[in-house]
Design a protein around this ligand. Sequence first.
Ligand code: ATP
Ligand code: MG
Length: 412
Amino acid sequence: MANSPSSAPRQLLIVDDDEEFAESIADILIPAGYAPIVADRPDTAAIAVKRYSPPVAIIDIRLGGMSGVELLARLKAERPDLVGVMMTAHVDTQTAVTALRKGAYDYFDKSCNPDELKAVLDRAFERHGLEAENRAAYETLRVAKEAAEAANRAKSDFLANISHELRTPLNAIIGFSELMLSAAHGLIGNPTYQAYVSDIFDAGTDLLKIINEILDLSKAEAGRLELLEETVDVASVVRTVVRLVGPKADDAGLSLETNIPDIPPLLFCDRLKLKQVLLNFLSNAVKFTPTGGKISVTVTSDLTNGFIIAVKDSGIGIAEADIPRVLQPFIQVDSALSRAHSGTGLGLPLAAAMIELHGGRIQVASEPGQGTTVSAHFPAARIVGIADIMPALGLPFDTIEQPSEQRALKQA
Ligand code: ATP
Ligand code: MG
């Protein structure tokens, strides 16, 4: 902390082998509110710094056995916040520049007048004060960041534990209600009870989906979500997902088309996670598109843009300001349609985490009232070329040109 002349005296160290000169500076500075400590040798200077911790030291650049710059470096090793000012018999620019480069804050000519010296010292003390403030601010931020990280870890652990504990009883609820619905041990006599059991099964399944999503998201945040990678025919995943949401789209009077290239679009990825991502994109498109709307799924892959799966709808859209928000957990933009549909606001953040785990990114483009396109972009390195799968298809791989080295490897 800087001392101001109005409060405690400003402590400073004066190091000069010419003790008389050092004392004469001290005499000038004492009436101006300074408390100088004089040292005529490097070792006594080091002891003074250790004992009194002065914020500022003025050091003669030539100290007999050692250079002042060297001494400053030693003193700073002990007290990194010490601000050093060099004194020279007559300022020669080269020495001054070297001193500044080696850690001195400023320098002055020994023949300068007292006001010039005080001006240099004012700046040095101000510098010390600013540095102390910066360090304190940095320390506050560091402590706050550590606390936030610890809280986040605690939250992730808590979520992981609670999700695990909830899943066990939930599996019993889902399993037994399913068994009762399938009449495995005989029919349920009362149709009202039959309907209740069906509701229990649906509610249990919804809850399990939410719990699994929470668990996955907390795993992703903790960097513990892992990929099970394989070569995946994206066309078949799209077909499966379209089959799953098809009935809901039909009920809502929506058209659903797919644009997939003829050559099988193969991606090296986690099949289940990809399915989960696309299921969320498509069910969002169905949920947020009013009757009569259009939905399309387009797959493109090329080496420049990578592998892209885009789900486009002609629905209610998302306001520009809300686009970053919908990628955050538990955020749902309020609308009549979102109120009419169930959801927890975990689908998109989880999809984003899963795509990012593949080294890709999610993109949301939208125009309120016009529609939304949500796309998953995977890096080109994940595109599996036809040449890579020809042997697996039982095709001779020299039907296409390959570098001889690669061919030799594959034959081996
Ligand atoms: P969940 O996916 O967890 O069941 P959800 O669908 O509400 O619930 P997200 O998939 O994360 O959650 O989507 C978050 C919000 O983003 C939605 O509630 C909705 O407000 C907005 N949104 C997402 N997709 C679209 C879309 N295609 N058109 C308009 N709004 C959308
Ligand atoms: Mg969703």
